[in-house]
Design a protein around this ligand. Sequence first.
Ligand code: SF4
Length: 170
Amino acid sequence: MTTPTRPTLAVFKFASCDGCQLSLLDCEDELLAVVEHVDIVNFPEASRRMLPGPYDIALVEGSITTESDLDRIRTVREQSRYLICIGACATAGGLQALRNSADVEAFASTVYPHPEYLSSLANSMPIADAVTVDYELHGCPINKYQLLEVVLAFAAGRNPEIAEESVCME
Ligand code: SF4
């Protein structure tokens, strides 16, 4: 049975491989318990249901690499009561951040025949460099049981119970 007014949950992807957000689907049996406590209203990788904000909980995967990413994450922040970063891309910039100490234009012209059509920021930045973040869950990919704990904790209005060495509280 679902609770009458479940907090809404939305999942957002930025520069990433999808591995962390798919940890939610990987929960399989536990997913039924999740939907008893939250109403998943926006999860484009898993559902065509895409309701507009505001949202109670936003799970954000991926790093910020373009101006358009910056605009979008600011909108997500405005629309979300709690913004939770999931995975190394969102919390540290991910593999994309390897380019931060290199020449992006040189990379682009090596890989793409028409790099002039590309538009990107000089650095790949973690979400917390762009907006205020309420919680960070580390991992590449994240641990699905830790994700469950974080989602259920925020839905219940309590602090997640996860070993300190595996997370970073904001
Ligand atoms: Fe994929 Fe790892 Fe980034 Fe998660 S942190 S989206 S698993 S590359």
